[in-house]
Design a protein around this ligand. Structure first.
Ligand SMILES: [Zn+2]
Ligand SMILES: [Zn+2]
Length: 251
């Protein structure tokens, strides 16, 4: 009932912010065009892309000014992908929008989040895709059945249509159980995802792996390993958001 009322409200009051319900403003230039008149001033401001210094490989935000450089983790060992591109910090409105869709099934967030991913991809790799295929980090089939949708799958589907790249939603498989990485120290996260993902289809050329949030990189590293094992020549990654150091959520 609440959702129906919200839908009707949006229909008759199109100037209502998608995230908080306040009055909308014309969308600032940094937001994807699809988001015109759908956000209030404060939500729009907190959705600005992160522009500070970050790791040149994994985009770990250093939360400050100064030139970008490698983070200690990437300096020590290659994360198995050449670059992770991301839109912003996993906080405020971006975090709320991801949680609203991922855990609460708020489908109004779909346009916002897929728009953000496509802007991220175009901003990093240009107007048309240089990749041979785009692969989502897979959910367990149990989770997919419970929710009926999956954010990385949806994001990669939209990107494949709008950016011209082959969609491979079944290239990777995630087995049930294990892998509850939220809150674990980094080393334990890596241990927790070992053996969780396996390749299910052959791959070739350069592959782009997409997830919603990147924290320790444990999931992305495990998926990159699978893509390389399946025949990919190289792997890049993209996420909507990136958590700063000392993570407590995400994967
Ligand atoms: Zn708002
Ligand atoms: Zn790094």
């Amino acid at each position: 009932m609440k959702r129906i009322l919200e839908g009707l409200r949006e229909l008759f009051l199109p100037g209502v912010c998608r995230l908080c319900g306040k009055e909308c403003i014309p969308a600032p230039a940094y937001l994807p065009k699809a988001l015109d008149d759908k956000l209030c001033e404060s939500c729009a401001a907190s959705l600005a892309p992160y522009a500070g210094a970050c790791c040149e490989i994994c985009s770990l935000p250093f939360m400050g000014e100064g030139p970008s450089h490698l983070c200690p983790q990437c300096e020590k060992s290659s994360p198995l992908f050449d670059h992770l591109s991301t839109w912003g910090i996993y906080s405020s409105s971006l975090r709320e929008a991801i949680i609203a869709f991922k855990y609460n099934g708020d489908l109004k967030m779909r346009g916002l989040l897929s728009g953000i991913l496509i802007e991220t991809l175009k901003g990093t790799w240009g107007e048309s895709s240089p990749f041979d295929s785009i692969v989502p980090v897979p959910p367990t089939s149990k989770r997919l059945k419970e929710r009926g949708y999956d954010l990385p799958s949806y994001l990669t589907y939209k990107a494949s249509k709008e950016w011209g790249v082959k969609w491979r939603p079944k290239a990777l498989f995630r087995r049930e159980g294990g892998g509850h990485v939220a809150g674990l120290p980094l080393k334990e996260r890596w241990r927790a995802v070992r053996g969780l993902y396996t390749p299910r289809e052959k791959l070739s050329g350069w592959v782009l792996i997409v997830d919603d949030v990147a924290t320790s990189l444990a999931t992305l590293r495990a998926c990159a390993r699978c893509c390389l094992d399946a025949g990919a020549e190289g792997v890049s990654c993209a996420t909507l958001a990136r958590t700063p150091v000392t993570p407590s959520k995400g994967s």
